[in-house]
Design a protein around this ligand. Structure first.
Ligand code: NDP
Length: 298
């Protein structure tokens, strides 16, 4: 029997824990976690993401602030806003929604966020801490952090000696995912577009994480019997069966085929997706706990 990992349910669980811990923090230390979300321009997908992040922060009882700046905002103005948020004691987490307009150097903006408020985990300090095996003191990017929670739900926290293959080496997903699995004592291989014989490599994986951005690229016969399959991919493909011009979401894994061989698998949608926002809330809570000198819940 294959376990279908219900990311929505696990995400609700994470958010409920965050809500309770935030309440306790407010009652005992007088601190309300504060999250500032910054968006520049009018990209519709970004607006949807930002709105749902701000809404979830309010649901968690956080102080939630959204800064919506016009598309022509200069880099200097954005950096000034970040500097203000860095200095604001009511803000514990700062998130700048990407992509930013062309005139702005995204890297410079991200690196301007104070590492202790970098709840996306993209600053070099947090990347370095994770790479150096000090994840407990870092902020880990939300999507791999959420994927790790799902893996732990089905396999427990000690993954010693398991073979993990991560397909994709982006800074946002693949690389931090590999570091998390390494920290959990897996033997980790990171695959990418230049990897030879990817199907054979994937067949060695007890834990297979797909973060490629190619619809259903990973086929069922690439999956080892009983493997845990985490599909990070979110791809929109045409769905003529739903009507003209309609689309549907699929992952990077051919789900129907892979489900027959996997021991556990995340669906798309409803797998990793909901975990990303939940982990953003968890990271913001952790930041507020650290600022209040309290031990964050694990
Ligand atoms: P990137 O485009 O930054 O990285 C994709 C990676 O896949 C690269 O390392 C690339 O290799 C590798 N790759 C591309 N083609 C192949 C191939 N044919 N064989 C092997 N490897 C290949 O993507 P992201 O990491 O940002 O995102 C990956 C997927 O996850 C996307 O579908 C994205 O939408 C989704 N996503 C989902 C999130 C969620 O909340 N669930 C959050 C973030 C992303 P190379 O480096 O050699 O080019």
């Amino acid at each position: 029997m294959t376990t279908v990992i219900d990311g929505k349910l696990v995400a609700e669980d994470v958010v409920a824990t965050v809500q309770k811990a935030a309440e306790l923090l407010r009652a005992e230390a007088g601190v309300t976690p504060g999250l500032a979300v910054v968006i520049v321009g009018e990209d519709p997908a970004s607006q949807v993401y930002v709105a749902s992040k701000s809404r979830k922060a309010k649901d968690c009882g956080f102080h939630s602030v959204q800064h919506t700046l016009p598309a022509e905002t200069s880099q200097a103005d954005l950096l000034a806003l970040i500097a203000g948020l860095n200095a604001d004691p009511e803000i514990h987490g700062i998130l700048v929604q990407l992509p930013l307009p062309e005139q702005i150097d995204s890297g410079a903006v991200i690196q301007a966020i104070a590492p202790e408020k970098d709840v996306d985990g993209f600053t070099y300090v947090n990347v370095g801490k994770l790479g150096a095996g000090a994840a407990e003191t870092a902020f880990v990017p939300c999507t791999p952090a959420g994927s790790m929670v799902l893996i732990e739900r089905v396999r427990g926290r000690d993954l010693s000696g398991l073979n993990a293959v991560v397909v994709g080496r982006s800074n946002i997903v693949g690389k931090p995912m590999a570091n998390l699995l390494l920290a959990a004592n897996c033997t980790v291989t990171v695959a990418h577009s230049r990897t030879h014989d990817l199907p054979a490599l994937c067949r060695t994986a007890d834990i297979l994480v797909a973060a490629v951005g190619r619809p259903e690229m990973i086929r069922g016969d690439w999956v080892k019997e009983g493997a845990t399959v985490i599909d990070v991919g979110i791809n929109r493909i045409p769905a003529p069966e739903k009507g003209e011009g309609k689309q549907r979401l699929v992952g990077d894994v051919a789900y129907a085929e892979a489900e027959r061989r996997a021991g556990a698998i995340t669906p798309v949608p409803g797998g990793v997706g909901p975990m990303t926002i939940a982990m953003l809330m968890a990271n913001t809570l952790v930041s507020a706990c650290r600022a209040a000198g309290r031990t964050p819940p694990r």
